[in-house]
Design a protein around this ligand. Structure first.
Ligand SMILES: [Zn+2]
Length: 450
């Protein structure tokens, strides 16, 4: 405990980051059982949230609902979703004797990296496990989606039978996790034919475990929708938490949840409605009241770079993180629905480890959706030229600038727009970090980091 706490204090004093990993690493080196010893003191419920996309947003929404309900909770920050991050969080909250003050009533919300899920289950013995979706991440990160599904099954095999799964009924790969699960499942999903479409984006699940092909009554995006296996007849389960009458605007979404009536949220896009449903499902399993659920949704602010609006010299920059093909397609769908005509769009593509070093995934992104709607565009990031080529094939206009340096991209955006104009910026993960740092240097970032 002392070593972890000292490390945390030292890293903060030396300004070597917020101390999200190193204190945990040190504590784990001394006592590999530190996460279990501290985490299991959280008696209000231990919740793991995993999935390819949406786990940060879902955990934040759930934390907001817990706050509105007045329930004490712990929540790991984005970027600390590995076991060392859990250890850092817990060590900093515990006292020197290894006790978490107020732990008996406290809820733990742990955003969990997909590959960390089995270790997180073994360490934390969760009461609730939320899975948002399973998409292909960048090609070279975790390998095929089947490998990730295998890791999740391994985690579930280690979980307590009394735990509750909160699963996305619209994603057949997530729904398959319930097969063989002996405990309770709380299903969430969207029931709104108006937001369905024929085909949208690269499907990462085409075949059932039986070998049969999935057929769709309606598809929301990629392989997510109202599905059925043509082989074994397995189909989308009936949902416990259901969204209907979804209305998406640029600055927010409204929809009806069975049992709650109409709810509203400051985030938008069908993908965020699905994330919100995951949080509502978990909140219901934890026994939170209606008022807290509504307030948690209404008070939602965008997580770091996801639908964040930043003013720069009078321009309204919308930062729309797209860290993989599914995420990018969802952003493009949102802009198709709500972005209006004559959009100005800047894409930023990096190829570092966290982005995926193989950028060929951009050829699975349907930039074509916005052909004819984009009036001006910019291509930036380490792989600006690759992105410019992709946008050219998609029928976008010739970029006003192709520049790797985020500062140069911002200069070009300023040169190509007038004050009062809106620009949509679609960065990959590390490009978002760099852009945000550059915006901060220019005094432009409006919402403070948590
Ligand atoms: Zn089947």
């Amino acid at each position: 405990m002392a070593a972890g706490k000292l490390t945390g204090a030292a890293t903060r004093a030396l300004r070597r980051g917020g101390g999200t990993a190193l204190p945990g690493l040190v504590a784990l080196r001394i006592d590999p059982g530190v996460v279990a010893a501290l985490g299991r003191q959280l008696g209000g419920g231990r919740v793991l949230v995993t999935g390819t996309n949406g786990k940060t947003t879902t955990s934040r929404l759930l934390a907001g609902m817990l706050g509105a309900a007045g329930r004490p909770y712990l929540h790991n920050r984005e970027g600390s979703n590995l076991v060392r991050g859990f250890a850092s969080l817990l060590v900093q909250r515990a006292d020197l004797r290894g006790r978490v003050p107020g732990g008996a009533e406290m809820v733990g919300v742990f955003e969990t990296d997909e590959a960390t899920f089995p270790a997180a289950v073994r360490g934390l013995d969760p009461d609730v496990m939320v899975v948002t979706n399973l998409f292909r991440d960048q090609l070279d990160r975790y390998g095929e989606v089947d490998a990730v599904a295998g890791l999740w099954r391994e985690g579930l095999a280690a979980a307590r039978r009394g735990a509750v799964l909160v699963l996305n009924a619209d994603d057949p790969s997530v729904a398959a996790l319930a097969e063989g699960w002996p405990g309770r499942v709380h299903w969430f999903g969207v029931d709104d034919p108006a937001v369905g479409r024929g085909a949208a984006g690269a499907a990462d699940a085409r075949w059932c475990t039986c070998g049969g092909e999935y057929v769709y009554e309606r598809r929301y995006f990629a392989h997510v929708g109202w599905w059925r296996c043509a082989g074994c007849g397995r189909g989308r389960p009936a949902t416990d938490t259901t969204a209907r009458a979804v209305q998406l605007q640029l600055g927010g979404a409204r929809w009806v949840v069975d049992g709650l009536g109409e709810v509203e949220m400051g985030l938008t896009g069908l993908y965020n409605v699905a994330n919100a449903l995951a949080a509502v499902g978990a909140a219901r399993v934890l026994g939170l009241g209606e008022a807290a659920v509504r307030e948690g949704l209404r008070g939602a602010s965008a997580a770091f770079g996801r639908q964040e609006v930043v003013m720069l010299e009078g321009r309204e920059l919308w930062l729309l993180l797209a860290k993989n093909p599914a995420g990018a397609n969802q952003v493009l769908l949102l802009l198709e629905q709500a972005g209006g005509p004559g959009m100005a769009v800047a894409g930023l593509l990096n190829d570092r480890f966290a982005d995926g070093q193989d950028v060929s995934w951009i050829w699975d992104v349907e930039y074509e959706l916005l052909a004819g709607r984009v009036a001006r565009c910019w291509a930036g990031g380490d792989r600006a030229e690759d992105l410019a080529l992709r946008l050219d094939y998609a029928g976008w206009p010739r970029p006003l600038a192709v520049a790797r340096d985020p500062a140069a991209v911002l200069e070009a955006v300023l040169a190509g727009t007038a004050p009062g104009e809106r620009v949509f910026v679609i960065p990959t993960y590390t490009a978002m970090l760099e852009l945000r740092a550059e915006l901060a240097r220019r005094g432009a970032v409006r919402s403070a980091l948590e």
